[in-house]
Structure formats: structure tokens, C-alpha cells
Design a protein around this ligand. Structure first.
Ligand SMILES: [Fe+2]
Length: 247
């Protein structure tokens, strides 16, 4: 009879260090190329704070979608070097690497033909879907990318609530060896209660293999700070299921 009075999980007494993760694989830290950081100063401040969470390496993943880099994605390589130089100049001991967050939509094959993407580590490619509607052809696109040899990482599957509403779709994606990357701040409800429930489901089903900050700005740093005493985050980090430190 006391079950109805069961309290929510208590918060931990201290912040968890993210050093066991070693690598963050999702962020928007190259200034002025997407909806992430708006200046070099902001990027440096964000990177300094990511370092203080315990990260040793940050793979930054600018959004790539239709016509996002009309003069070619090579511009990102140059901007990465500028950012790396600035990180070094500020004496922040952290490695910065480049990937991208590829939006899967109608023109994805065209972009693949033109190689307008960036992968990280050993041919990993971070992908996302439109937030509100799942395109009919999504399975074909994923399969096509896998045939091209990419190891696909799906960004924040918990935020695509159309999957949560039809959980078999999560299982099908896992059967197809799609790696799930959840956002740390989803765990404490930053993206809403539905997303929090979805990420809790994914963690309990052992489907989450990567965690990411998806840091676009200071608001995400603050949201992550609010998650660092969350027992579910600790449980996931201690579970040995995550592969962040291999990337
Ligand atoms: Fe992102």
C-alpha cells in the first residue's frame, strides 16, 4: 500500500565526473556554421567547461542538411584548424575532432555522392531525422548508408517521439546495428517529460551505446550540470555499455 508514496529516485550527493566517457561525440562548437556557437569566445568558454566535466576529447558535429555549405564542406576543415589553434592558445588540454550531424531527408543520396559529409573515428557517421515527421523512406536511407560502409550513429533517438510511440521501431533500428546516442540532458528532462521517459526506456532496455552533450551553447552546459547528480546517468556510465571512450 505504500507503493503509491514511492519517492522519485533521490539525487546523488556529488556530481558525477564524465571522465569515464573520455570523448563527447556530439556538439556544435565551430563558430557560425550552424545554430551552435556564435563566436570563437563562446566556443572557447564552452570547451573549457566541457573539459571541466572530465572530457579529454570532443568530436564536434556541425549540422549538415540541404545546401548548408554551398561552397563545399571543406570550409569546416579550415574552421576546425582555427578552433584547434585557439584551444591551444588558451592552454586547454583537450583534443578537438570533426564529424557532422547529417539530417536524413530526400536529398541525402545526392549529398553522399558529392561527399558533403564528415565522419569521425573509424568511419562513424552521426545522423538525425526531422523532429516532427519520420520520412517514409528512412529505412532505405539508413540501409543505403550502411552499404556504403558507414557505421551509423543515430543522434538522440529519445527526441524522435514517433519512435517512442511505436517502440518496435527502436528495436528494428537496433537489429540493423544502428548505434544510439542519447543526450545527457535528456535524462533530467531538459527536452521535456516525454523525452525523459523515452531515454529512461532506452537506457533500461540497454539500447544506449553513446552519450553526447549536443552542446550548442551555455544553456546546454547548464542543463548537463543539472543532470550530473542523476542516478540513471551514473548507472549508465557504470554499466560498461557505453563506447564513448573507444572513439
Ligand atoms: Fe546536434
Amino acid at each position: 500500500m505504500f507503493n503509491i508514496f514511492k519517492k522519485k529516485d533521490k539525487l546523488l550527493k556529488e556530481d558525477i565526473s564524465l571522465s569515464a566517457l573520455k570523448t563527447d561525440i556530439h556538439s556544435h562548437l565551430i563558430p557560425n556554421v550552424d545554430d551552435g556557437s556564435k563566436s570563437m569566445e563562446e566556443s572557447i568558454s564552452l570547451i573549457r567547461q566541457l573539459k571541466s566535466f572530465g572530457y579529454e576529447k570532443v568530436i564536434t558535429t556541425p549540422h549538415v542538411f540541404y545546401n548548408s555549405f554551398p561552397d563545399g564542406i571543406e570550409v569546416l576543415d579550415e574552421k576546425l584548424k582555427e578552433l584547434q589553434r585557439e584551444v591551444e592558445r588558451n592552454n586547454i588540454n583537450i583534443e578537438i575532432a570533426l564529424g557532422c550531424e547529417l539530417l536524413l531527408d530526400e536529398d541525402v543520396s545526392d549529398r553522399m555522392e558529392k561527399k558533403q559529409i564528415r565522419t569521425f573515428s573509424d568511419n562513424y557517421l552521426l545522423v538525425e531525422f526531422p523532429m516532427n515527421t519520420l520520412p517514409m523512406a528512412y529505412e532505405n536511407w539508413l540501409f543505403d548508408l550502411q552499404l556504403r560502409g558507414y557505421k551509423l550513429v543515430l543522434a538522440h533517438p529519445e527526441r524522435f517521439l514517433y519512435f517512442f510511440e511505436d517502440k518496435r521501431k527502436y528495436a528494428l533500428l537496433k537489429d540493423r546495428e544502428i548505434i544510439f546516442q542519447s543526450n545527457i540532458a535528456s535524462i533530467s528532462g531538459y527536452y521535456g517529460e516525454d523525452v525523459r521517459k523515452a531515454v529512461e526506456y532506452l537506457i533500461k532496455e540497454n539500447m544506449v551505446e553513446l552519450l553526447g552533450t549536443d552542446c550548442h551553447g551555455q544553456r546546454h552546459i547548464e542543463a548537463i550540470k543539472r543532470t550530473l547528480r542523476n542516478p540513471l546517468l551514473e548507472q549508465l556510465i557504470l554499466s560498461g555499455k557505453l563506447i564513448n571512450n573507444k572513439l
